[in-house]
Design a protein around this ligand. Structure first.
Ligand code: HEC
Ligand code: HEC
Length: 212
């Protein structure tokens, strides 16, 4: 059973066709539904990326595309002069608190966002800017197969940034593709940082002024 099918069983039971399932017997059916839901929740709670995390990412990306990309560029490379280059991480070494205050109040040619976006949306869009380069790689290499959820990374891949930066492999990122063999090492590291940031509360607009 693929993931879309198990998700369908869990979340859209109202749309089941009784004719198909009555033949299975109610007891077996209950078992199938329970184990499908159990498998999904284990996956999400196990260091993987849940559907909720993916939706939060898409929400933050949408805000960025609608309100920020016309100056800052879809990929973070500025379209307007005088705008920092987020693809290179320019100005993003400042603490969240400071950047959130600039986003809310505006600065030079940048308009204030306090009356346009909620505080949660401002937090989420800032979290998104910080992983913008990773999101580009994710969309290019992974999203075609992992658009709903993503299983946890292999235990062998280091957790701390310092160890990850020094890690020589083997990557064994995805048993379903050979991509990690052909991707540049820097891109792999950027992508792994990204995958670990998506489940963070800030991406869902649930944290303000962290990293003070
Ligand atoms: C009209 C163009 C424009 C739009 C739209 C825009 N920005 Fe900016 N942004 C700028 C400019 C120009 C700067 C540099 C300001 C300066 O000179 O310090 C900037 C700077 C920034 C900075 C760095 C602030 C600092 O302290 O150095 C952040 C973060 C930022 N923008 C986030 C956003 C976000 C988030 C959005 C969308 C909600 C957005 N911007 C929309 C023009 C824009
Ligand atoms: C051609 C489809 C495809 C692409 C593209 C793809 N994957 Fe996968 N991936 C799979 C399949 C199939 C599995 C195994 C089944 C499962 O658990 O979802 C998997 C499993 C995984 C796992 C769980 C560990 C494992 O090895 O089973 C991780 C982590 C993962 N992929 C990450 C990625 C990342 C990161 C990318 C982008 C660089 C990516 N995948 C691209 C299909 C794909």
């Amino acid at each position: 059973m693929n993931k879309t099918a198990s998700l369908h069983l869990c979340c859209h039971r109202g749309s089941e066709k009784p004719g198909i399932f009555s033949r299975l017997g109610t007891g077996l059916m209950a078992f199938v539904v329970v184990s499908a839901c159990w498998a999904l929740s284990v996956q999400a709670g196990d260091g993987g990326i849940s559907q909720k995390d993916m939706e939060a990412l898409a929400g933050a990306r949408d805000i960025y595309h609608a309100s920020c990309a016309m100056c800052h560029g879809y990929d973070g490379v500025p379209i307007v002069s005088g705008v920092p280059n987020f693809a290179k991480g320019e100005r993003l070494d400042k603490p969240d608190k400071e950047l959130l205050s600039t986003i809310a109040q505006g600065r030079e040619a940048m308009p204030p966002w306090a009356k346009v976006l909620s505080q949660g949306e401002q937090t989420a869009v800032l979290a998104y800017i910080r992983v913008l380069d990773g999101d580009g790689l994710f969309q290019e290499y992974c999203e075609s197969c992992h658009d709903l959820t993503m299983p946890a990374l292999d235990e062998a891949i280091p957790k701390s940034r310092e160890k990850l930066n020094n890690y020589a492999g083997p990557w064994e990122l995805c048993s379903g593709s050979e991509l990690e063999q052909i991707m540049q090492r820097d891109d792999l590291i950027t992508l792994i940082h990204f995958l670990r940031e998506i489940p963070e509360p800030a991406m869902k607009g649930e944290a303000q002024g962290i990293q003070e």
